[in-house]
Write a protein of this length. Structure first.
Length: 204
């Protein structure tokens, strides 16, 4: 069993580097939308971040959504085409038992749903609606990490544990606490940025 777990871990580490980067890029842009909206509601950046900036952030969210799907499908297609047992085991474990339901939900919820919604120009210019999409993408990113890691420990199916929730909540709360402690110290307005004037007059 230990050798099987080590082999599974090696396959995970070998294949998911760019895939995780693609997902993290989309998740970071979604988090940026949520943080900026929270700062604007707190009185910061109100006259600086406009609907035009939200429109561009929404387009970046759409771009990274497509990028994630492209990397994921390319990885799946290459492993399926090579048909090497030590490689295909990664997807076999995630497409059997109850993991298959989560994997299917991830494909729909991480790509097809956000892709269809973010194609709408009106959504990208409505901060609160865009925040709902951003929050959903962050949730799907956490589900993606769950599907990447946990089948190596519970190959027979989904096995929920309280630590599956405590760990991300603890890390998120710690980072949020640190962010809130330091966010008010420096100026949020980049006075010396040479692109500042161009950014303030941004029009899509």
């Amino acid at each position: 069993m230990r050798l099987a777990d080590e082999s599974e871990l090696q396959v995970v580490l070998h294949h998911v580097g760019v895939y995780i980067f693609a997902g993290a890029a989309g998740a970071s842009m979604s988090l940026l939308v949520l943080v900026i909206t929270a700062l604007r509601q707190a009185g910061y950046l109100k006259e600086i971040v406009t609907l035009e900036h939200y429109h561009i952030m929404g387009k970046w969210m759409l771009a990274f959504c497509v990028f994630w799907a492209y990397i994921g499908f390319s990885q799946y297609m290459l492993i399926w085409y090579a048909n090497m047992p030590e490689e295909t085991q990664y997807f076999i474990a995630r497409n059997t038992e109850s993991w298959w339901i989560l994997s299917t939900f991830l494909v729909i919820g991480r790509f097809f749903g956000p892709f269809a919604i973010l194609l709408l120009r009106s959504i990208k210019k409505r901060p609160h609606q865009l925040c709902w999409v951003a929050g959903w993408i962050l949730g799907m990113q956490m589900l993606d990490m769950y599907i990447i890691i946990l089948p190596a420990l519970h190959g027979g199916g989904v096995h929920l544990s309280i630590w599956d929730f405590v760990a991300p909540i603890g890390m998120g709360a710690t980072l949020a606490f640190i962010f809130l402690r330091i966010v008010a110290r420096p100026s949020l307005f980049p006075m010396r940025d040479p692109r500042l004037v161009e950014s303030l007059k941004l029009v899509n």
